[in-house]
Ligand binder design. Structure first.
Ligand code: QV4
Ligand code: CA
Length: 500
């Protein structure tokens, strides 16, 4: 009797705990949505409008926003000043707390979730007379941040990270001189939990945890477990947990492994970014993509946050180097993005950049200080210094493709023995790629019902038909698929909703 009560209790505790933890892997997307976009350095007011006018209608599931808390104002306003916190006040160049709250509410209303990039491994580096974007001051060289407040008691002793084979150094020393918080201290945990709970009360759906590699998993676990459930007043289900994706760059050969974090949340899979770059740059054949996923050394699908590039590696920060694709190599970039979005592996994130010529350059401004809004062209694309990859037809149409084929498996894989490949997603969609330096023109199984389909890469289905290539699928499901070398794009994609 006594024993069974004990075991019932233990079972209950186990069920409650594991449910708690399990849920941190769920992005909490509105139904039918599968992909987030990183609107790097966008202003909150602009994101609110973008959710309503574009992201909601086009089927995006969420937005990763740049850090929301007050950061140091650095000379010439580089983008990276936002990774040097001064306080947890919600005032940055993207807007203030009221604008942030308004954005979250408006995006949620159209089914688009907000994920915040949270920076709590560290505060700023040394800055004389440090002043923040919310007007707070700090004395970083004495580790004094009165607007939190943090004092030198809250930080690890100063030492620099040089040896990535020493996990103590990686986690207890300073990343590029940034004052390193000690997350084992209850005062620090309390401040971080208050900050995260404040964001949850405003309706966010989860967090990108910056520099998670530089924090101890056991400290992160304590912090995550104390964070509130998502807000039911903002429409989340009772008991829903924040989605947590942790920035751990693990390309092998270091002391800290991505596997130390997968029981706490999802992890950014930088190996995916590296490998997809290599393949579409022609350093590896497309036919090898047949076993894309954990066999390439990636995390399991439900633990891997994947992307072609991120805000660091697109400009040579972080890791990855020359193989990473970005908007500047647009044909390969669009092919890699289409492959990522067509393939069932992973939790997908699309990058949306501002144009840059040097790696420190900040976002477009009106006056060197205030961030400028993007300008939208008739073909959906952006100007005014903004690249808006998420508004490229070849990318947003593949976000739609991923939603439409969700839940189906790859079948009828075909390749030509080198860089031409094609596959079906169940009987809902078909995609083909030509990475060879000669034309693709052959009959392939599309797995779709007979009819005429509009290729969503070269055009869109419109009232008058199709603005791009048409594909005639016969009663046997086969169609002649053609992607010539001269074409702007090396991908062709059709799905059951692109039937004319
Ligand atoms: C300079 C020297 C240092 C010196 C220091 C002393 O380079 O050697 O110790 O001064 O004062 C900026 C400057 C950098 C400067 C530093 C401190 O670029 O030169 O150090 O400020 O003043 C971003 C940028 C960094 C930037 C940082 C803070 O990428 O260049 O540093 O913001 O403003 C590893 C990590 C991974 C990290 C990645 C970049 O494992 O976690 O490096 N990625 C995340 C973010 C990234 C951000 C940080 C972490 C830090 O994605 O954007 O770094 O929050 O792989
Ligand atoms: Ca640390």
């Amino acid at each position: 009797m006594f024993l069974s009560k004990v075991s019932l209790c233990l079972t209950l505790i186990f069920v409650l705990c594991s449910r708690n933890i399990e849920a941190q892997f769920n992005p909490n997307y509105a139904s039918g949505r599968t992909t987030m976009v990183h609107l790097f350095e966008w202003k909150w007011d602009d994101i609110a409008v973008e959710c309503e006018n574009f992201l909601g209608p086009k089927g995006f599931g969420g937005v990763q926003v740049s850090p929301v808390n007050e950061n140091v104002v650095a000379a010439s306003r580089p983008w990276w000043e936002r990774y040097q916190p001064i306080s947890y006040l919600l005032t940055t160049r993207s807007g203030n707390e009221q604008q942030f709250a308004d954005m979250v509410r408006r995006c949620n209303n159209v089914g688009v979730r907000i994920f915040v990039d949270v920076v709590f491994n560290h505060m700023t580096g040394d800055n004389v007379n440090a002043r923040g974007t919310g007007g707070s001051t700090a004395d970083p060289s004495n580790k004094s941040f009165p607007a939190v407040p943090y004092s030198n008691l809250d930080f690890h002793p100063t030492c620099s990270i040089n040896n990535y084979n020493d996990k103590y150094e990686v986690r207890n020393c300073e990343l590029v001189g940034l004052k390193d918080l000690d997350q084992s201290k209850s005062w620090v945990q309390d401040r971080v939990v208050d900050f995260l709970n404040h964001l949850i009360s405003l309706g966010v759906a989860g967090f990108r945890v910056d520099a998670a590699k530089h924090m101890w998993p056991e400290d992160l676990e304590k912090i995550y477990n104390r964070v509130n459930n998502l807000s039911t007043t903002h429409g989340f289900d009772t008991g829903a947990r924040p989605f947590i994706f942790q920035e751990v760059i693990d390309l092998g050969g270091e002391a800290v492994s991505k596997n130390e974090y997968t029981n706490l949340g999802v992890v950014t899979e930088f190996a995916h970014s590296n490998s997809i770059g290599k393949v579409f740059r022609g350093k590896d054949q497309l036919r090898w993509l047949i076993n894309w996923g954990p066999q390439w050394g990636f995390l399991n699908s439900d633990r891997a946050l994947i992307f072609v590039d991120n805000h660091d590696n697109q400009r040579g920060h972080g890791a990855g180097g020359a193989d990473i694709l970005n908007y500047k190599t647009s044909k390969q970039y669009k092919m890699a993005s289409a492959f990522m979005l067509a393939h069932p592996f992973g939790i997908t994130r699309v990058m949306s950049s501002f144009a840059f010529d040097n790696t420190d350059q900040g976002p477009p401004t009106t006056d060197g200080q205030n961030i400028a809004s993007p300008i939208f062209n008739d073909d959906n694309s952006c100007s005014g210094g903004w690249v808006c990859e998420h508004r490229w037809r070849q990318i947003y149409n593949m976000v739609g493709f991923r939603n439409i084929v969700a839940g189906t498996a790859i079948q009828n894989w075909w390749d030509n023995g080198s860089n031409q490949i094609a596959f079906c997603r169940g009987s809902k969609g078909f995609v083909a790629f030509n990475g060879d330096s000669y034309d693709l023109n052959t009959s392939l199984q599309t797995c779709l019902p007979a009819g005429t389909y509009c290729d969503i890469i070269s055009g869109v289905k419109s009232d008058s038909g199709c603005t791009g290539k048409r594909v005639e699928v016969g009663s046997d499901g086969r169609a002649t698929i053609s992607i010539t070398q001269a074409e702007e794009d090396g991908t062709l994609a059709i799905h059951f909703e692109s039937k004319l």
